[in-house]
Design a protein around this ligand. Structure first.
Ligand code: ADP
Ligand code: MG
Length: 253
């Protein structure tokens, strides 16, 4: 298992009192697997990813990555937070080479990786533009390339498509899926969108409302070998969608 989460609890201490966000979460992700975590808004999804990323210390339980306990951010993990985190004043090139620059690694190696990824994924001609000159989908691809430039083994993606309109979201998610598969990465995607989880992943973990607990886990069987767009047309898609929908605590609101 490349990621394990055992008996994880997290309670925030805030001036207004305590907020219990995570309760006894257990999960494991295999190398190369694409796992989605779905749950209602505010249940604790982002909290869970930030604990796995080593950014938030848990109140109890353990997280391991590649067999080692997580206590701080690790270069093995590429974390894409919820907000588009490209710097608007930097060019695409300056954005995607930011990671190696901050890590103070040899400029040559970081630049070579960035250049290869921009070329492989059709952004080389946009290197001198700024994020504002790109479409939402291209910005998302650029954000992923920036993360890949750091050569993480695991990608943590927090609602990466939520700012895009519906049509764009379909094509951009298929695009990002293809890149993650081609690069052979392990991915953990957080979303509140059931269709997105069923169209992209091998397995879907359903969380309850806050405090988040694991309600169920769905292996996506026949859908696993299909690309996202074809999954949406498969009869099994609707079945998984309905099962997960019934499990989400969103019906009495
Ligand atoms: P989700 O990503 O599923 O929408 P979050 O993980 O962002 O949910 O938040 C879970 C709960 O924890 C929410 O009630 C949120 O208000 C609360 N929360 C998140 N961050 C903090 C924080 N730093 N301090 C106190 N409460 C927080
Ligand atoms: Mg969130």
């Amino acid at each position: 298992m490349i990621v394990t989460v055992q008996n994880l609890d997290l309670t925030y201490q805030s001036p207004d009192g305590q907020v219990e966000a995570l309760r006894d979460i257990n999960l494991a992700v295999e190398e190369g697997e694409f796992v989605s975590i779905v749950g209602p808004s505010g249940c604790g999804k982002s909290t869970l990813l930030s604990v796995i990323a080593g950014l938030e210390p848990p109140s109890g339980g353990t997280v391991t990555v590649d067999g080692e306990p997580v206590t701080a951010p690790s270069p093995k993990i590429g974390y894409m937070p919820q907000k588009d985190q490209l710097f608007p004043w930097r060019t695409i090139w300056a954005n995607v080479t930011l990671g190696p620059e901050l890590r103070r690694e040899s400029r040559q190696e970081g630049n070579a990786r960035a250049r290869a990824l921009l070329e492989r994924y059709g952004l080389a001609d946009f290197a001198r533009k700024t994020p504002g000159q790109l479409s939402g989908g291209m910005r998302q691809r650029c954000a992923l390339i920036r993360t890949l430039t750091m050569e993480p083994k695991i990608l943590l993606l927090d609602e990466p498509f939520s700012a895009l309109d519906y049509q764009t979201r379909l094509s951009v998610s298929a695009d990002i899926y293809a890149i993650i598969r081609r690069e052979g990465k392990t991915a953990l995607l957080v979303t509140h969108d059931i269709s997105e989880s069923v169209s992209l992943s091998d397995r879907v973990i359903v969380l309850s409302s806050r405090p988040a607990t694991v309600r169920n886990v769905h292996e996506l069987g026949v859908l696993r070998d299909l690309p996202p767009m074809e999954r949406r047309d498969h009869p099994a898609f609707r079945r998984y969608f309905n099962d997960i929908w019934k499990e989400l605590d969103i019906h009495d609101r």
